[in-house]
Each structure stands twice: as structure tokens, then as C-alpha cells.
Design a protein around this ligand. Sequence first.
Ligand code: GAR
Length: 209
Amino acid sequence: MKRIGVLVSGGGTNLQSIIDAVSQGKVAAEIGVVVSNKPGAYALERAALHHIPSRVVDHRQYQSVMEFTRAILEIMKENKIDLICLAGFLRILDRLLVDAYPNRILNIHPALLPAFGGKGMYGHHVHEAVIVSGAKFSGATVHLVTAETDVGPIVVQDTVAVDDADTPESLAAKVLQVEHRVYPQAIRLVLEDRIIIDGLRVKLKPGSH
Ligand code: GAR
């Protein structure tokens, strides 16, 4: 059984979608550990409710991003994690983790990358920027994590319409529904080794869907 490590910072609705997909047999894996950089994150409660081990790695207690990342990497190794999922994890990590888990780290982003990504583009900042830009569509993107923020190969992406009446909050809610659908799909494709990475393009192996 493949083991997933989930990194979180907040409410953890994406963590919940992964927990649900695992318990419904849609993702053949077990969640080995949940790590939060925020001590009080509700995502930790969700882990506890489902008897999933969790750890807090508070970024404020580390001298550098590299040391913070090393602490997370140690936990991933201790728990024999095969695939790391960033699920509303709002800290930038050192490339140490990417080097240790090449093409084995996924991130979910609440917009259609490569637009509206990069440093500072997280949570409500993303939805505000989308509305201000006048874009008619937004969506959710699950991508492989590379050393540079939000530019790794896209595994699954889906859209929502941006309506004239949308606020950042209403857009976030619509996008979140898509996130909960596409993240388990992407995890499944990667865990089942059904993707071919061709530069930035992720192709499905013949016969996969
Ligand atoms: C989600 O919308 C996720 O895409 C976003 O934070 C939210 C976390 O929600 N992540 C980013 O913006 C990363 N750049 P959750 O804690 O309920 O899963």
C-alpha cells in the first residue's frame, strides 16, 4: 500500500477530500501522516478524527527555510511516505524536498496555472487577482512540485465560470468544489503510475483516463 503525506496550513477541506477518497476506495493508498506548519489548524482535528498521525512543524521555530524543510523531510522519511500532497500548505519549501521526492510531490492551486501563481499568490489573493483581471474563467490546478513555485507540470485542471456578481469569497467557494474533485483524481493518476511527464506537459499513458 502506497503511503501519502499531506502538508496543510489551515482548514483542511482538501485534506478531507483526500481522506474521503481513500476511505471510499477511490485512491488506493493510506495517509501516513499529516503535517501542519500552524499549531491550531483545523486540518489537525480532521486528521485526529480519522486516526491519522499528525505533526506540527512550526516554521517560526526554524532559522531558515532549509531547516524547516529538513524537519518536514525527516518526518516524511520516518513515515515511509511515497507521495507528498500539499493541501492548502501556504509556506514555500526548500528544493531539498523536491530533490528527495522528484515528481512525487503534488500541489493544489486555486486558479488556472500558469496564470495567477507564484510567490504571494495564495488563498484569497488569488481570487481577488482573478476578479480584478477580468478573466471569465478560473479553476483549480493540481501540478507536480518543482524547485520554482507554481510552475511544475500540470496533472489535472478544471474550470469554473467567473460571474459578474462573484466576490473573492463566492469564487473561492466555487473553485474549492472543483479542487475537491480534481485532487483525488490527480493523486490516483500519479500513484497508479498512469502519467508520462514530457517537459511541462503531463500525458496519460495509453488506456488511462
Ligand atoms: C485552497 O483553496 C487551496 O487551493 C489554497 O488554499 C486553500 C486551502 O483550503 N492553496 C493555495 O493557495 C496554495 N498556493 P483547505 O485548507 O480547505 O484545503
